[in-house]
Design a protein around this ligand. Sequence first.
Ligand code: NAD
Length: 298
Amino acid sequence: MGIKVTFIGLGNMGGPMAHNLIKNGYELTVYDLNKQAVEEAVAVGAQAADNAVEAVKEANVVISMLPNGAIVKSLFLGKNGLIPHLRKDVLVIDSSTIAAADARDVAQACRQQDIAMIDAPVSGGTAAAIAGTLTFICGGSAADFEQAKPILSAMGKNIFHAGENGAGQVAKICNNMLLAVHMIGTAEALNMGTSQGLDPTVLSEIMKASSGNNWSLQLYNPYPDVMESVPSSNGYQGGFMVNLMSKDLGLSQELASQSKSSTPMGSLATQLYQIHQNSGYGELDFSSILKLMQKSDD
Ligand code: NAD
């Protein structure tokens, strides 16, 4: 295929995304601070680089999948930042979930060097990253979006163009704020119903066929053993960590404040996830918010 792709950040999401690029025939160079993650990518056909600068020098496309905006900004704009080391015809795709303002800062620094960049955060979680069925929510010019599409198709199924740089992050954060709100509502309803002796599976079926139906009920039931293969039926292991949901809700409230938008439900969801995180549940899946509603003897 001849397109050289560099992937930086091989964690829960980036590892399987990189693997899907290899499966689709891309020549892949990888870099991560975690040596084990690099070794796992090399075992499936990637080339390892000694450092981030070496990793990107020859790349036609650079993809980053990192924990937060401070790390993304330091990688591209920091003291030994990557921008001066990139090819002029490179396309930079940042798939991390970060503040729209941070995404715009990186895009602007790229533009000053005539380098193309889009923000392309994802929805779908680790299962979709493994299956190659992620949703990509992109912000950037139409031309850069079109260039990114075939590469993103190797890792995802639905690929949206939300608008200019930063718009992908805005759409992603709106979605995750809504996700938190309906997960909390679903957990509350299930907890109240079961406290009155209802079977959580029967109650879930009733609500799915009624006006309370939503994604959490359909695909991610927070009540243990109602659904197979979801984190709640596996001790809330795997999935999407409370720590990351809490970060995303923090971003939603920054955005609400900047845009003077009223988000009372988002604000309450932020507080509830913060309490849950502070109670020591940061590494559990976000559907564990049910624990916050349950009485201690449940
Ligand atoms: P993770 O913590 O599992 O992986 C992050 C990886 O980045 C780690 O391997 C880490 O070693 C590496 N890293 C950190 N700093 C680095 C640096 N300076 N240079 C190179 N590598 C570095 O996180 P994740 O779950 O893969 O999430 C990544 C991003 O995707 C986050 O922004 C998250 O909010 C978002 N996201 C996650 C999910 C999910 O379900 N896990 C879903 C959608 C979006």
